[in-house]
Design a protein around this ligand. Structure first.
Ligand code: MBD
Ligand code: FE
Length: 288
């Protein structure tokens, strides 16, 4: 057996259990846990989900061994704190689809498990918090926030978070400064914002936890394409939660979380000095 001494790098310590525990704690702190769903609707939804499970068992002659393996796995998802991860990867995209079906403005997509409210505030232009020599291609991301009528929205909020060049999120992997690559911007008189950051790397679902165990057992892959996460909001408008993607990423077409949409593809251009990329994206907010 080998012993790991000085296990201080992110790679050594970013276990699924640590990440899952953070995501579970975050969810309990931030989210409203009551939906005011009447008993008739609870009954309907629970019954139909259970009937879908029953139908799958009958259709495929599920065995007692498989039933017990399922029980053990469900228990372990909770132990690992991976319910936020598992649900956001495999279920949230349909909830988002239904919730935002009637919007006319910018497309949304899933929030995922790694948002943290209260990021550092900037004006219309700024550089996201990052470490000295933060690895990754420098990127300037700029754009305008408008209403569906085409009117620029001054003083709207662009809340951005993304992982680093190794695929790790601050507050969910250890050893990263608390607000690394997270920030809130306020658009100027013309609704414009400019964010200096680095390009995020593709994200791999932790392979050492229960979500990873399912992915391996099913012979799926664990990747999400590289993405920026955003929440864009303004008074009297609907907040939009979205993500933006980079062309050419091998996982744009088979995102494990099924959260890529053609409208969310960026078009980054190399900067004149060749050291980084410049990318523009505008947001259109529906009225509240
Ligand atoms: C992520 O970075 C993410 O965006 C989602 C939806 C799920 C897991 C990790
Ligand atoms: Fe993400």
């Amino acid at each position: 057996m080998t012993t790991v001494e000085n296990a201080t790098t992110v790679e050594d310590t970013a276990t699924a259990a640590a990440t899952g525990a953070s995501a579970t704690e975050r969810f309990r702190t931030d989210k409203t846990l009551a939906a005011d769903t009447p008993p008739e609707r609870v009954s309907l939804l629970a019954r139909e989900v259970l009937e879908a499970v029953h139908a799958t068992i009958r259709k495929h002659d599920v065995t007692y061994a498989e039933y017990d393996a399922l029980k053990a796995w469900l228990i372990q998802v909770g132990v690992d704190g991976e319910w936020p991860l598992f649900l956001d990867v495999f279920v949230e995209h349909v909830v988002e689809e239904v919730a935002n079906a009637r919007r006319e403005g910018s497309k949304g997509t899933i929030e995922g498990p790694f948002y943290a409210p209260g990021a550092p505030e900037f004006g219309a232009e700024g550089t996201l918090p990052m470490r000295d020599g933060e690895p990754g291609t420098p990127m300037t991301f700029h754009g305008q926030v408008r209403s569906v009528a085409g009117v620029p929205i001054a003083r709207s909020t662009v809340d951005i978070w993304h992982c680093d060049d190794e695929g790790f999120y601050a507050q969910f992997a250890p050893g990263i400064p608390e607000w690394n690559l997270r920030g809130r911007f306020t658009t100027d008189d013309e609704g414009r914002f400019t964010i200096h950051t680095i390009q995020p790397a593709p994200y791999q679902i932790p392979t050492d936890g229960s979500t990873g165990a399912l992915i391996r057992a099913a012979d799926w892959h664990a990747w999400r394409p590289a993405h920026l996460h955003l929440k864009v909001s303004a008074p009297e408008h609907m907040l939009i939660t979205t993500q933006l993607y980079f062309p050419g990423d091998p996982h744009n077409d088979d995102d494990i979380a099924a959260a890529v949409k053609p409208e969310l593809m960026l078009d980054p251009r190399p900067t004149a000095d060749g050291t980084g990329v410049d990318v523009e994206y505008d947001f259109v907010l529906d009225p509240a």
